[in-house]
Structures are given as C-alpha cells and as structure tokens.
Design a binder for this molecule. Structure first.
Ligand code: EPU
Length: 302
C-alpha cells in the first residue's frame, strides 16, 4: 500500500517519522518472506499517538512490526502501511538492579549489556532474536527463563484509548507465549528488575545456552523460530520429528532437519508455501495424536 494522503505525508517530518516507500518486508523478517508496502520508521517514539490518530482519521489501515523475527507476512503488495520504531541511542539505562529499556532495543544486546553491569537472570534469552518490545508482547522464553518474570513497568501505546500508559508489572499477565496486552497495543519501553550476579557467572550461563541452541536449532537458516506452541506437557518438535516429517517441504518452505518445530525458508519460499506446510503438518499431527497445534508464529491475514 502506498501513502498518498498529502496532509499526512507533509506532517511526517515534524513527527520524526521517515517514510521508506515500497519497503520489502521479506528483507525485514527473519523468515525472508513478505511483500511490499510503505514503511513508517518512527524516530520520535512520543509521536506514535498522533501518527496513529492521523492514520485512523484518514482511514489508512496499518500494522506494527518489531524485529520481524516471529512473523509470517503475505506476499505481494500489502494492504497495510507498516509502522516500526527506530532504535534510539542510548536504548538501555541501568540504575542499581533496574534497567529501563526501549522497546526497539535488541534483546540479545540487552542481555549482554545488563550482564556487563552484573545483572543476570536473562541468560536463557540469549540467542532469541528480535526486539525487547516483541519479546514482551509474546513473553519470550527459553531454557527456563521468561522475560515477564522481570517486568516491573511497561510503557505502552494503547491504540484503543489513543494514549500512552504506564502499566505496573502486576497489572499484566505473562503466560506461556501469551500476555494480556491487547492486539493493537504497541510496546514503547520496559523497566526490568534483575538479580545481581557476577559477570563471569552470567557469561558461563550465556555460553551454556548458546551451545544448547547451536546444537539443536537451525541458526544459520531463515526461520521464525518455533512455528507451533508446545501443547501442555508435550513438545511439538518431538511430535513432528516422531512422525518422520523432518525435511517435508512445500516449495522452498521446509521442516528443518535439525529441529522439527522450525520451518525454514530454504530459498525463495512464498507465504503460501509456508502456510501450506503449516497446515499439512498440523493435520498430520492431529491425525496421529489427536492434538491441534496452535501457531506460535504470528500470521498476518488479509
Ligand atoms: N526434540 C526432538 N526432535 C526435534 C526437536 C526436539 O526429538 O526435532 C525433542 C528434544 O530432544 C527434547 C524435546 O523434544 O527432548 C524438547 O526440545 P527442545 O529442548 O528443543 O525444546 P522445544 O520444546 O522444542 C522450546 C521453545 C523454544 C526454546 C526451547 C529451549 C516452544 C514452542 N519452543 O522448544 O523456543 O528455544 O524450548 O528452551 O516453546 C521459539 O519460541 O521460537 C523457540 C524456539
């Protein structure tokens, strides 16, 4: 979709918003899949309410993208404008056991920056790609750690109310790959409280998690991480593997040979290829185990 509203285009510079015309979402997602649209890169995060208000007034549909690491976006010309927060500098501020982090900050860099200040707890999240905002929304977790455990405050733009609010951690429910945020809420910043730990001890934990991840996940291939959530008490990856589905493909969309819950783009997979592979695997698991796997990857539907 192209922005043609002259008033809105004229207002962008003062709002601190840069327009990337006809941006390729395939180049901005870890799966390497996604069509084209105008992308609005928001440098002044405080402009978000006014920008969204103007988009709504002009009846321009929009979607928001964080790091693009857990997303499956359709091909072709997209029917939405896409918003993205630009990274700010500095994006991490630490005082005592508290870290204030911008939503656009890289999650891995956040873990290491806090580690250098002897703040641990998030070792398991090392290697989870994406932004802190995306990790918050999904309550990203790995190796026994989930980001929600450390959240004390979240600054969030609530699109329904049209304003920025600060929520206390206790007001938000963080469950397995799910939070109580509304679908159109946009994370702006978070305050974490982290336990003190000596840097070398944190580093050791980080090394162990990195090694586990390297040995079990296809890190050098394009993917969106795990495609399905784990059903209660089971592992989707193990179920798919037990059915012998590693290597199953639709076009260039392929079940990873390394971890069966990672579906990789082995070349030029289309969104339709990936969706067909997801449907096929879900159906085979349902027939064999009577369990309907739920998507972990966020699929943008038209
Ligand atoms: N397994 C297989 N075959 C496979 C994959 C896994 O037999 O192809 C077995 C493993 O041997 C292990 C069990 O299944 O005994 C669990 O595997 P793993 O430790 O890899 O964990 P997972 O449940 O598949 C979850 C998260 C990952 C996270 C890891 C490590 C979900 C959907 N996935 O995977 O998160 O990195 O634990 O904590 O919760 C993601 O969210 O995108 C993601 C990758």
């Amino acid at each position: 979709m192209r922005l043609t509203d002259a008033n809105l285009l004229a207002a962008l510079p003062a709002l601190g918003v840069e327009r990337v015309a006809g941006a390729s979402l395939a180049e901005r997602t870890s799966l390497g899949i996604g069509g084209n649209t105008d992308l609005l890169l928001i440098r002044k995060h405080e402009s978000l309410p006014e920008l969204v208000c103007r988009l709504r007034a002009a009846a321009i549909p929009y979607r928001f993208i964080g790091g693009g690491t857990n997303l499956l976006i359709p091909d072709g010309e997209l029917p939405w404008i896409v918003l993205q927060l630009a990274r700010r500098d500095p994006d991490i501020r630490i005082e005592g056991n508290f870290a204030w982090i911008d939503a656009a900050a890289d999650l891995g860099r956040t873990v290491t920056t806090c580690a250098k200040r002897d703040l641990g707890g998030m070792e398991g999240l090392i290697g989870v790609p994406g932004t802190v905002g995306g990790a918050l929304r999904m309550n990203a977790g790995a190796y026994g750690t989930q980001i929600g455990s450390y959240v004390r405050e979240v600054e969030v733009f609530r699109a329904a109310a049209g304003k920025i609010e600060t929520l206390r951690g206790a007001e938000i429910s963080f469950e397995y790959r799910h939070t109580s945020f509304a679908p159109d809420d946009i994370m702006l910043a978070v305050k974490l409280e982290l336990p003190s730990k000596p840097f070398l001890e944190i580093l050791q934990g980080i090394r162990i998690c990195n090694e586990k991840r390297r040995s079990s996940q296809p890190l050098n291939q394009k993917s969106a991480g795990c495609i399905f959530k784990n059903p209660p008490g089971a592992s989707a990856g193990r179920m798919i593997d037990e059915l012998g589905l590693k290597g199953l493909n639709v076009g260039d969309a392929r079940v990873s040979d390394r971890h069966a819950n990672f579906f990789v783009n082995a070349g030029h997979a289309s969104a339709a290829d990936m969706l067909a592979l997801i449907a096929e695997v879900r159906e085979r698991v349902r027939k064999a185990y009577g369990v309907t796997l739920e998507n972990e990857v966020i699929v943008w539907n038209e």
